[in-house]
Design a protein around this ligand. Structure first.
Ligand SMILES: *Cc1c(COP(=O)(O)O)cnc(C)c1O
Length: 222
């Protein structure tokens, strides 16, 4: 593992896991490669990292089919808001979807999984800060959406959230962890560059790290 930022993050993951009495291997590091070129991504692949996240279907389709040809073990996570009319491409390209947040998307994804005979696990995204501009289902809607996803045959891996900007994320992480526990869900997709160590202490199983691995993004990607 010759990539210095990757090495640094790995050691921070190990330290946070040790403090929380957890196994580092139970925490998946998703390298968030949105806005990054294939040339910026390749050094991480060379260093043996193969778990990546993107937030736009179109951008991911431009980069990843070629990279997957060279590195067959790549695991791709869709972490951005997903439109139902992109369900076919998303099911074909991604291995996990972290942004399942409404019934119309449940239906669109289930239909594509049937059609392509390809089952991919999903996280339910929760609008944990109750922000009008953010994706995610309402906190109160989690049980119903979970039931709808399962009825449609979608395996739900856990819950995902992006806490409000400029706020202490810890209470939001703790709330999401409680919601997941209450429903018997193991997966918890929380923690980004600035807060993944706290997220690990609160039970994160999937952390989504971009800036700390690749440097600051030139353009704002939402
Ligand atoms: C961009 C993004 C990240 C990574 O953010 P960094 O601060 O660059 O680590 C994580 N999760 C989601 C949903 C994102 O869109």
């Amino acid at each position: 593992m010759a990539n210095p930022p990757l090495k640094d993050i790995r050691s921070k993951i190990e330290k946070a896991a040790r403090i929380a009495d957890r196994k580092p291997s139970d925490i998946a590091l998703i390298a968030v490669s949105k806005t990054r070129s294939s040339d910026e991504i390749r050094p991480l692949l060379e260093a043996g990292h193969c778990v990546f996240g993107e937030n736009r279907v179109q951008e991911a389709m431009e980069k990843w089919p070629a990279l997957k040809g060279d590195y067959p073990d790549i695991q791709l996570h869709m972490i951005g808001q997903l439109q139902s009319n992109k369900a076919a491409e998303a099911v074909a390209l991604f291995d996990y979807i972290h942004s399942l947040d409404r019934l119309s998307l449940v239906k669109a994804l289930a239909k594509e999984m049937d059609r392509q005979d390809r089952r991919i696990a999903c996280f339910l995204q929760v609008n944990i800060g109750e922000e009008s501009q953010k994706g995610g289902c309402d906190i109160k809607a989690v049980p119903e959406l979970l039931a709808q996803a399962r009825t449609a045959g979608i395996a739900v891996a856990g819950l995902m959230a992006v806490p409000p900007d400029n706020a202490n994320p810890v209470p939001y992480f703790a709330l999401l962890a409680k919601l997941a526990r209450d429903r018997g869900l193991d997966g918890l997709s929380i923690g980004m560059s600035g807060d993944f160590e706290s997220a690990i202490k609160l039970g994160a199983t999937h952390i989504r790290v971009g800036t700390a691995l690749f440097g600051a993004r030139a353009v704002r990607a939402t």
